[in-house]
Every structure is written in C-alpha cells, then in structure tokens.
Ligand binder design. Structure first.
Ligand SMILES: Nc1ncnc2c1ncn2[C@@H]1O[C@H](COP(=O)(O)OP(=O)(O)OP(=O)(O)O)[C@@H](O)[C@H]1O
Ligand SMILES: [Mg+2]
Length: 412
C-alpha cells in the first residue's frame, strides 16, 4: 500500500507537535505541514520530516480550504488524512475533512469536543453524571442560572483552555466581581462546583475503542494551582489503573467516548471523584493533553505514544506492546515557579534532590540563572519541571513532595 498522505496542522507548535510530526514520519506517512507562517519558521529538525507544506491563515477556514485546494491542484495530490492535536484548530481540521471528503472526525463531533455546553449535553444525554450547568450570554442569564444551580458555582468560558477566566464563586459579592472579570468573554458556562479529587482519563482510540488509556491525578486541583503562584503543581500518571478506586472513573471514560462519537485519535478527559465516591464528568478534548502529560505516559510505560498515535491515525493499528502494557511505573511531574520577577538568579535544592532521587529522575528542565521567567498563568510548565518515576505510588508521591518543597527558584 502507498504511504498515506497526512496533512498535519501546526507541526511546529506547541512543542510536542514536533514529536507527533516525527511519529507520523516514523510510521511511513507522507507528512505535509499546515500552518500560518512560512515553512522556514518550522525548525529544521521538524522540517526534515515534512514532504510538503501549506501556508495559510489558520484563523480563516475558507482561506485555508482555498490554500489546501490550490496545493492539491498544483501538486496533483489528495490527502488521506487531516489531523490536528492543538485545541484551537481541532474544528478547522474537521471542517477541511468535510469539505474535501476525507475520513475522520466530523465537524459536528469536533464541535462537541470544543464547546463545553454541547459536550456536557451529549454526555448527559447518555445518562452520565455531569455538573449541573447552563450556557449564558448575558449577566442576567448568569444570575438566573446561579439561582437555579445554587452556590458554590464555577464560571468559565464556553471554549476555554488552561483554566483561563475560570472562577469558583461562593456568594453574590464574588459573583459581581467575576461578572466584571468575565465581561470580555462572549458566553460562559455556569456550573455546579464539584468538590472532590480531580483526574484525567487519556486515550488513544481506534474507531472509538481505546487501544491505550491512562489515568493521572492532579495535586492540587488545577483551579487551585492556577490561583496560587506559590504552589508547585504536580501531576501523577498512575500505574495501578486497575485499582477499584478508579473503576468508576474508567467506566465513565469509556462511556463518554461512546457518547461523544469518538473515532480514531487522542482524547484528554478530566473527571472528578467526590468524597462519597461519586464520579462526575469534567470535560473532554479531541486531542492530546498538554503540559508534558504525553511525555509522562511515555516515561511511565516505556512507550512512544507520539509514534503510536501516528500509527493509529495513519494505519489504524498500534504496536502490539501497547495492547499488553506492563505499566511499570507511576510518573510524577512537578512544575516550579520562581520567587520574584524577571530573570532567574539562583536555583536551590536541585543537587541534593538529584543525590537522593537521581536514579528515578526521567527529566529535569528547570530554568537556569540568566533565563527569563515564564508566565505561570499562561503555561502550566511555568519555570520548568522535574519528572520522576517509581513502581511504588507512595515513593512517587514522596519524591514529588520533596521536589515541590525542597527545590526553589529565585528571580530578580
Ligand atoms: N464544575 C466544576 N466544579 C469544580 N471545579 C471545576 C468545575 N469546572 C472547572 N473546575 C476547575 O477549573 C479547572 C479548569 O476548568 P476546565 O478544565 O473546564 O477548563 P479549561 O480551561 O479547559 O482547563 P484546562 O485547559 O486547564 O484543562 C478544572 O480543572 C477544575 O479544577
Ligand atoms: Mg480542563
């Protein structure tokens, strides 16, 4: 069979798209890139995987369609797949597929993976537990929804990412303040605020069936981590996904994939477990997770999901090893935020941490003195991270706690 020709949106950004581009090339797909900038903006180590490239303004679907059509005419080619793993353009990929008659996730399905209200409606219609919710376009609608749902509520943009403009609201005073802060957001989702632990359920699916799945836990919950700069957020991919305490979450995850009409590709779902054991759906994306979670899944299992995702979308198969996973490790990633503003001046505690736990460290990408701090509100990665893995969850958490408290970056 000829190598399938895959048009991959934004091969250069975010950084993990470099790896997915590599993955596609490694499973013998003929990879074409599609992005805003000129091909020269794609780093050389990624460009070498590209057979061709289409430059078009991604914010304008019709213009992109014209550009893709022009390329097809000029090159006398068709594309067998159009893929995107970057949230803002998941729908663009579906639009292009539909217009060009290429198989893959439909626009209707992609829309539900993007729109938090449509998503919850579909999950709810399948009889699954979602937070009580309402989509609101005006402040009066928000107030009416809050009266119906009751405090505490969570208010967030309909199409959000990175917990931006997301707030917990406990009373009328807080509501007034949040209404002002979210005035620029076109429409918001008002939800029952679910108290509990927060997890992910990530999959690579073929025809809606997971050929790989993973559970990760957030410490603390993302909304809290994003509201307090002093916190070192930790995400732990769990080795023992068969533990009965996760069974309801896994079952929810599988049913959500059905409800959403998932086909072939990556998904990233978030869910809550309340103190009474009840599990509640949070959200799902039709794409891979950010924040190095794909790396963590790879480190925890000694696999290459960048390549296996590529194999799934290109050939509808995966390495048989994925189907018989041993799951050797838990993997924790600890994101650090420096004290002070500006440029990193010193990093403390890393040497001692490496002495104690070095054999379990799989990555250390902390900023170094002289480097400028990143915006911790915009990127979970913040001022860098340490990642560790261990077969024992207790040991994993102990190392994570040590990295969170004993490593400190300073800026000034
Ligand atoms: N109904 C809710 N009840 C409790 N907490 C919530 C609720 N909705 C959102 N949150 C909190 O806010 C965080 C961000 O919300 P959500 O995941 O819906 O938005 P997002 O902007 O897509 O986030 P991200 O891209 O970081 O996953 C959640 O991880 C959770 O901690
Ligand atoms: Mg989220």
């Amino acid at each position: 069979m000829n190598a399938p020709r895959v048009l991959f949106i934004s091969p250069q950004y975010p950084a993990e798209m470099n790896e997915f581009t590599r993955g596609l090339a490694e499973v013998s797909a003929e990879v074409w890139g599609l992005a805003d900038g000129p091909v020269s903006a794609v780093p050389a180590h990624v460009r070498r995987y590209l057979k061709g490239y289409v430059q078009a303004p991604l914010q304008r679907p019709e213009a992109v369609l014209d550009a893709v059509r022009a390329t097809m005419r000029a090159e006398h080619i068709r594309f067998d797949r159009i893929e995107c793993l970057w949230e803002p353009f998941v729908e663009l990929a579906a639009f292009l597929r539909e217009q060009l008659g290429i198989p893959g996730m439909s626009l209707d399905t992609a829309f539900a993976f993007r729109d938090k209200e449509a998503m919850k409606k579909r999950v709810e219609a399948a009889g699954l537990r979602v937070p009580h919710h309402a989509k609101c376009a005006t402040q009066d609608e928000v107030r009416a929804a809050v009266r119906r749902i009751g405090y505490p509520v969570c208010i967030k943009p309909i199409a959000g990412a990175g917990s931006a403009d997301t707030f917990r609201v406990d009373n009328d005073d807080e509501l007034s303040a949040v209404l002002q802060k979210t005035a620029h957001v076109e429409s918001v989702s008002v939800e029952e605020f679910v108290e509990g632990e927060e997890f992910t359920f990530d999959t690579v699916c073929i025809d809606g069936k997971p050929v790989f799945y993973n559970i990760a836990q957030y410490h603390p919950r993302p909304l809290i981590a994003r509201s307090n700069e002093w916190i070192s957020p930790v995400v732990v991919t769990l080795r023992d996904v068969g533990d009965p305490k996760y069974a309801a979450g896994v079952e929810l995850g599988f049913k959500v994939l059905d409800a959403m009409g998932m086909g072939t590709g990556f998904t990233h779902m978030e869910w809550y477990r309340k103190a009474n054991g009840e599990v509640v759906f949070g959200e799902i994306g039709g794409r891979s997770a950010g924040g190095h979670l794909v790396d963590q899944m790879n480190w925890g299992n000694d696999i290459d999901l960048f390549r296996e995702w590529a194999r799934a979308v290109t050939w509808k198969s995966v390495d048989p090893a994925l189907l018989h996973l041993r799951r050797p490790y838990n993997c924790a990633i600890i994101f650090k935020r420096a004290l002070g503003e500006g440029v990193i001046t010193r990093v403390e505690g890393v040497e001692r941490f490496m002495q104690r736990f070095g054999q379990h460290v799989v990555a250390e990408q902390l900023l170094r003195p002289g480097q400028r701090r990143r915006n911790w509100l915009q990127t979970l990665v913040s001022d860098g991270f340490v990642a560790v893995r261990h077969p024992d969850i207790g040991e994993t958490l102990r190392m994570a706690e040590s990295a969170a408290t004993d490593i400190q970056l300073y800026a000034g």
